[in-house]
Design a protein around this ligand. Structure first.
Ligand code: SAM
Ligand code: SF4
Length: 457
């Protein structure tokens, strides 16, 4: 795809890690609604359980960060926070049918590997005692390699962790300095070989393009280094610049963000280099090796998507979130906890729950969610099949998603998709603008101001 085409489609839009996007969450959803839905979720599909644990602390804040985190508050508060999280686990597990298979535990943040790992171990022991882990359950943690050493990897492996994500962002230390980030404490190849030798099956790597100091040439170098150390999965995030939400990002404007053409060239370079070197492009920003379960799921049109990115349904069930700002992603809706750490702790201590907002899906939303997911994950839509699954007519389905062939004309003319009588199929290049295509099936989007979202490429 040429850069002018990417530029044409580079406009604000959701990343569709949920449908509807989190910008639609509202405070009319309470802990009482959540409790009811947790009980209902026991009888809904998928039956497998995923647990998400959020650690909202970092030793140093990166200027680009879009995550829900804060600077290290000291050990006393961290201890109170982890105790509150254990209490929340106990409140929710009382409502859950814990005989359902537990297929995933995901620790995110913030930087979960920056706190004393004894806190993690305590919670892991509780989880593995309370729930019914499936034999191949994925137990993963997002790690900042600036605070990761081989002993930590051994500790995490002994707790059952089998996948770690390394937040590399960029191998170029000048770029890291500009964004207030420390490089990896150990050579990354050493960390990865230690992970493998301690029995961890999965190694992910996060990179970001569009940061100050990055050029297409320097990012190419970073991608080369990533390929050399050969993680199983690589995510190349487009830097999401949303200074109206994250004021710390304004600093990056003063330092100087790369020109749009350069950012798009970085995307193109990463895509070309990774796909020429044995990685398969998954969706819009993930890459995996051919034998990886994400690649297999994509081939079988079984890929799924949630707030943690692309995943498979075998691994990712209904997600129950714990900790400040965490989001539970259930069949019937989304439920988000209080953002402020101290208020979260107080609420858990008083009531055992801390939900402050969310979104409960209408039957139409559920249908739209399926359509958006099919486009975002599998690049394929069969209107008849989906209508059949929901017991409605194809005409009704098209009305619910606001389908209009005219809206897809530009994509058709640019060779990004093919349209049949009752199906749509994205061509390989179409995945590069998959967010834009999904937006054409989202009638709710017109109720939101586009300015809330980052650009699509
Ligand atoms: C929740 S963070 C946790 C990772 C860990 N704290 C670290 O920094 O290594 C997960 C990933 O989100 C990505 N990320 C953070 N802020 C972003 C932004 N503004 N735009 C795009 N990606 C972002 C980074 O690649 C990061 O590795
Ligand atoms: S990118 Fe990671 S380490 Fe940096 S501030 Fe965000 S969560 Fe913390």
């Amino acid at each position: 795809m040429n850069i002018s085409l990417l530029q044409k489609y580079n406009k604000p839009g959701p990343r569709y890690t949920s449908y509807p996007p989190a910008t639609f969450f509202h405070d009319g959803v309470s802990a009482e609604n959540y409790k009811t839905m947790v009980v209902q979720s026991n009888l809904q599909q998928p039956e497998n359980i995923s647990l998400y644990l959020h650690v909202p602390f970092c030793k140093q804040l990166c200027h680009f960060c879009g995550c829900n985190t804060s600077c290290f508050p000291g050990n006393a508060l961290i201890e109170q926070y982890m105790e509150a999280m254990a209490m929340e686990i106990s409140s929710v597990s009382e409502l859950l049918d814990t005989s359902r298979p537990l297929t995933q535990i995901h620790w995110g943040g913030g930087t979960p590997n920056s706190i004393d790992l004894k806190h993690v171990e305590k919670i892991m022991n509780t989880l593995l005692r309370t729930f019914n882990p499936a034999p191949k359950a994925e137990i993963a943690m997002e790690c900042n390699p600036a605070y990761l050493n081989p002993e930590h990897i051994d500790q995490l492996a002994s707790m059952g962790f089998n996948r770690l994500s390394l937040g590399i962002q960029d191998f170029n230390e000048e770029v890291l300095k500009l964004v207030n980030r420390k490089p990896s404490l150990y050579p990354v190849e050493k960390l990865i070989s230690h992970m493998k030798s301690s029995g961890m099956e999965g190694v992910n790597m996060d990179l970001i393009y569009g940061l100050p100091g990055q050029t297409p040439a320097s990012f190419k170098e970073t991608i080369r280094k990533a390929i050399d150390v050969s993680p199983d999965r690589i995510v190349t995030f487009s830097y999401a610049h949303v200074p109206w939400v994250k004021s710390a990002q304004k600093v990056l404007e003063d330092i100087g963000l790369p020109k749009v053409e350069d950012k798009l060239a970085m995307f193109e370079t990463a895509y070309n280099l990774l796909t020429e070197n044995g990685y398969i492009a998954i969706g819009m920003d993930h890459y995996a090796k051919p034998g990886d379960e994400l690649t297999i799921a994509m081939k079988n049109k079984k890929l799924h998507r949630n707030f943690q990115g692309y995943c498979t349904r075998e691994t990712t069930g209904q997600v129950y979130g714990f900790g400040a700002t965490s989001i539970s992603q259930l069949q019937g809706g989304y439920y988000q906890n209080i953002k402020d750490t101290t208020k979260y702790i107080d609420s858990i201590n008083q009531t055992g729950f801390a939900i402050e907002r969310g979104y409960e899906l209408t039957p139409e939303d559920t249908i739209r969610r399926t359509v958006i997911n099919e486009i975002m994950c599998n690049g394929f839509l069969d209107f008849n099949d989906i209508a059949g699954d929901f017991g409605i007519t194809t005409k009704e389905l098209k009305t619910i998603v606001g389908y209009n062939k005219e809206k897809l004309k530009p994509y058709l003319e640019d060779g990004l998709l093919e349209i049949g009588k009752d199906h749509i199929r994205l061509k390989e290049n179409g995945f590069l603008v998959v967010r834009n295509i999904a937006m054409e099936f989202d009638p709710l989007l017109s109720q939101s101001t586009n300015g809330q979202f980052s650009k699509t490429v």
